[in-house]
Design a protein around this ligand. Structure first.
Ligand code: FES
Length: 181
């Protein structure tokens, strides 16, 4: 056999090496392209967001009679290009439902995204955009409400005197809670 010629074993090894290089190169190229396409299609979503565990207030600051209080949620936020430390990302209503238990509701109306207001005289939350009413626990109070679901509950945890909320925004206009990533 000529020294220049490869044996069948060498040729097979060479072929496998080249095929592996092409496959790895393909993966290395495809990952940034996919990430870039995602950013172009939805820059805010691609930057993250999602659920954040936030210390909102103290238990002492919540009325013992169960009247809800509204609190802004301030957290770090980022889009595809920028990071915004300590930026407002939403708000919650908190109310005591026991000695050391708290219920949290996102203030965003699930119909079209307006902020609801607690109205003591109505014993519930009022959405000024389409006159919807929700019970104090967030359930729909008005049978004609255009909202497809009640107000979105969030997990609230009491640690000592601190009230923490797992804050999350959800899509509007859907019957089920769909987290905004
Ligand atoms: S946005 Fe609240 S009822 Fe339409």
């Amino acid at each position: 056999m000529n020294e220049q010629q490869e044996s069948p074993g060498e040729a097979r090894r060479d072929f496998i090496k080249k095929a592996s290089a092409v496959a790895i190169g393909g993966v290395i190229t495809a990952v940034p392209i996919a990430a870039g396409a995602r950013v172009l299609m939805d820059p805010v979503k691609a930057g993250g967001g999602g659920m954040q565990r936030i210390k909102v207030t103290t238990l002492d600051s919540l009325p013992k009679d169960g009247t809800p209080r509204k609190f802004p949620i301030v957290a770090s936020r980022k889009d595809a290009w920028n990071r915004f430390p300590d930026a407002p990302v939403g708000a919650v209503y908190l109310r005591r439902i026991g000695e050391t238990s708290v219920e949290a509701l996102n203030v965003v109306c699930p119909h079209a995204g307006c902020f609801v207001d607690f109205r003591a005289e109505m014993k519930g939350y009022y959405c000024p955009c389409h006159n919807s009413l929700f019970h104090v626990d967030g359930k729909i109070a008005d049978p004609k409400s255009p909202s497809p679901r009640g107000l979105d509950t969030l997990l609230a945890v009491v640690e000592g005197n601190e009230v923490w909320v797992e804050f999350q925004n959800f899509r509007t206009g859907t019957a089920h809670k769909v987290p905004v990533a």
